[in-house]
Design a protein around this ligand. Structure first.
Ligand SMILES: Cc1ncc(COP(=O)(O)O)c(C=O)c1O
Length: 389
């Protein structure tokens, strides 16, 4: 399937969630993360040689493979949400959640890997229990990494969205707390905390950028929770000078793209196996809380074939001399892969113009994961799998 783009007519109506994604909230969430023992801001790499090669003013990539030793950004959401659940349930402050009796809570979630690993890690830190369900086709390595953190974990026979429903049923039956990284009507408080957790990476990026202001931000999306949180935050930072934000999804699971394309006030889902190498982005149903930010401030939506992600993995892992290599997995690399294709391939020139990329552009991408599936990483980067079709 080829690449598709849709430019979006924003809906300026404010949402009740807007204040959750303010600079002030981001600062207090980051202060929480800073209190965790192994907190360290992840690097923001300026790829100077790549930007001059591709004819733009700047390309910056935030490397989330360094996050908490978890090889992906997702632990930011899990750690903040678990602490908030405990603090709210027991009516204690976030500073006191470490003192809670072990095994008081059982947290349950569905995951393609990264979120479940983050929840398992956060539960282990707090000496609480975690149960994790994964969709069919999940990589054994990702399951093993979750089990290593002490969680009970298994791969189901369901696709991602049905695995989420299964996790919810298990929570209802067993009296566990569902900590899901997507929201739907009636289930929005915990996902909103998870989303707030993601703001730490955006605040770190803004701090590292200093006086540099991006003109274009590319955000990959599964359900759009991360993209929504960052959109709200960037809007609060940049206000009327908000950079052009483009959302990037695999074309097998492009629920935000379909929602933007229809632009009829409804959310549009994608069903079926959602088969793409971008496992973290293989989600068919849009996160309601995320969409409230995206519909207000988003500009473009791109639906991508797998080779775009593969290109990004190769470009980031094998940089021009002088640029720092970034080990970026399928879901992490797709935005840089898109930027590379837009700026080098004549067949994408109209897309490049549509997004408004020029020699004055300063681009920010987030490499949201490292090589979380090492076998596939080598297949792509060493063996050249997923060449351009
Ligand atoms: C590596 C990676 N990047 C991006 C995402 C997308 O996040 P969201 O589902 O909030 O859109 C995920 C989600 O699991 C992920 O694992």
């Amino acid at each position: 399937m080829s690449m598709k783009i849709v430019s979006f007519k924003q809906d300026p109506k404010q949402s009740k969630f807007d204040q959750l994604f303010s600079i002030q909230e981001a600062k207090s969430v980051k202060a929480f993360h800073e209190s965790l023992p192994n907190y360290k801001a992840t690097p923001l790499q300026e790829l100077k040689r790549l930007s001059s090669e591709l004819g733009v003013k700047g390309i910056y990539v935030k490397d989330e493979s360094y996050r908490f030793g978890l090889n992906a950004f997702k632990g930011l959401g899990g750690s903040y949400a678990l602490a908030k659940v405990i603090a709210n349930t027991l009516n204690i402050s976030l500073d006191d959640v470490q003192q809670v009796k072990p095994n008081t809570f059982t947290f349950v979630t569905a995951t393609d890997g990264n979120h479940g690993r983050g929840v398992a890690w956060a539960a282990q830190n707090l000496q609480q229990k975690a149960v994790v369900y994964m969709p069919k086709g999940s990589a054994q390595e990702r399951l093993d990494n979750i089990r290593k953190l002490g969680a009970t974990a298994e791969i189901t026979d369901l696709n991602y969205d049905d695995t989420v429903r299964f996790a919810k049923e298990q929570a209802d039956i067993n009296g566990w707390t569902l900590v899901q990284d997507t929201a739907w009507p009636g289930y929005e408080e915990i996902p909103a905390w998870i989303m707030q957790g993601y703001m730490t990476l955006a605040l770190e990026a803004v701090e590292a950028l200093g006086d540099v202001k991006p003109t274009h931000i590319f955000l990959q999306a599964g359900v759009g929770a991360m993209a929504g949180a960052l959109t709200g935050f960037f809007h609060d930072i940049y206000q009327t000078e908000l950079p052009v934000i483009t959302y990037v999804e695999p074309n097998q699971a492009d629920c935000l793209f379909k929602t933007a394309e229809a632009n009829d006030g409804k959310l549009h889902a994608v069903e079926g196996d959602l088969d793409s190498i971008m496992a973290g982005l293989c989600c068919g149903e849009v996160c309601t809380v995320g969409w409230e930010q995206i519909r207000q401030h988003g500009s473009h939506f791109v639906s991508c074939p797998d080779f775009i992600a593969a290109d990004g993995m190769r470009v980031l892992g094998n940089p021009l001399p002088g640029d720092t290599p970034i080990i970026s997995g399928e879901s992490g690399a797709v935005t840089t892969g898109l930027v590379y294709n837009l700026l080098t391939k004549p067949e994408f020139i109209t897309y490049k113009e549509q997004i408004g990329l020029s020699d004055n552009s300063v681009i920010l991408c987030i490499s949201t994961e490292g090589d979380t599936d090492k076998e596939n990483y080598r297949r792509v980067v060493w063996e050249g799998a997923y060449p351009k079709q």
